[in-house]
Design a binder for this molecule. Structure first.
Ligand code: C2E
Ligand code: MG
Ligand code: MG
Ligand code: MG
Length: 286
């Protein structure tokens, strides 16, 4: 019907495409020039130690201002950039930018950078990391790379080999969004993991839900057996923070402790967070 109305095959194609597919094409086309046009930026969200309340570092989170679509969430554009291959150039930009910023922070603040599975499987990411550390002067032990559980189990042999190469540089590795994939205990023990980040979804109803609390408790016990810290993502309320501390969680991240925002200025010392009447954000010290 559309064909009869509009005549050409192109119009037929356009008009019969659903809105989601059209949006995807706009994003994919926009991604091709976004780097060159300086449309990306990074925001930084504080990672906090429990029970001390000391900030231990920041996670760099990518932001994109599309010239016509406005703000586009990484949850939407990262998967598209992965399928087009643009993630490789974007990921390199993120790594350089985040490490450059973090190199100006005092000891011991660390920077966490998200890595895509595509970077692990389709690039010499270990060589890039070495190059960026060298160029920025950031000490390797202040860089943490976050890799999702789902990415790691896609091809365990290849992933294990690359994670070992990355580890050999002296950087640390965190498993992101833990609990949303299906890794076995064997996988976790075999991989050189320095931290597990429990996905935000587990925290959502944990306050009133014994089963959800039991899951957190189990992951905390897993962390103790692996001798690595467990970080809970998405902490929004003091009640949640108190519960996580009670369950033995050793690190937290979420709006209660600080929203993603501009990086702390070079040389800043951040105040302790727990026990204050309101959450401290980076803006408070800026
Ligand atoms: P992620 O790595 O698990 O990052 C945490 C996400 O949770 C961020 O969303 C953050 O803004 C959000 N968040 C933090 N605290 C809270 C809270 O208390 N409540 C709620 N509701 N949300 C909270 P964001 O920035 O939209 O990023 C979404 C995902 O996109 C990230 O999840 C990560 O998987 C991916 N991503 C972001 N930046 C990059 C990047 O530079 N490279 C790659 N490969 N992926 C990235
Ligand atoms: Mg992350
Ligand atoms: Mg995460
Ligand atoms: Mg998550």
């Amino acid at each position: 019907r559309a064909k009869a109305k509009f005549g050409t095959g192109v119009c037929f194609y356009e008009s019969s495409m659903n809105a989601a597919a059209r949006r995807r094409n706009v994003i994919a086309a926009g991604l091709r020039q976004a780097l060159a046009s300086n449309e990306f930026s990074l925001v930084y969200q504080v990672l906090t130690d429990l029970p001390s309340g000391q900030p231990i570092g920041y996670e760099a989170l990518l932001r994109w201002e599309h010239p016509t679509e406005g703000h586009v969430s990484p949850a939407e554009f990262i998967p598209i950039a992965e399928s087009t291959g643009d993630i490789l150039g974007i990921g390199e930009w993120v790594l350089r930018e985040a490490c450059t910023t973090a190199a100006g922070w005092p000891e011991p603040y660390r920077i966490a950078v998200n890595l895509s599975g595509v970077q692990i499987y389709q690039s010499a990411i270990d060589q890039l990391i070495a190059k960026v550390l060298h160029a920025t002067g950031l000490p390797a032990d202040r860089l943490e790379l976050e890799i999702t559980e789902t990415a790691i189990i896609e091809d365990k042999t290849v992933a294990l080999d690359m994670l070992r190469r990355i580890k050999a540089l002296g950087v640390t590795i965190a498993i992101d969004d833990f609990g949303t994939g299906h890794s076995s205990l064997g996988t976790l023990h075999a991989f050189p993991i320095d931290k597990i980040k429990i996905d935000r979804s587990f925290l959502l109803d944990a306050i009133n839900n014994a089963q959800a609390q039991a899951i957190i408790r189990t992951v905390v016990a897993l962390g103790q057996s692996l001798d690595i810290p467990i970080l809970a993502e998405g902490v929004e309320t003091p009640d949640q923070a108190e519960m996580l501390q009670r369950l033995g969680c050793s690190q937290v991240q979420g709006y209660y402790f600080g929203r993603p925002g501009p990086p702390p200025p070079p040389g800043t010392r951040l105040p302790t967070i727990v026990g204050q009447s309101r959450p401290v954000t980076m803006l408070d010290v800026a």
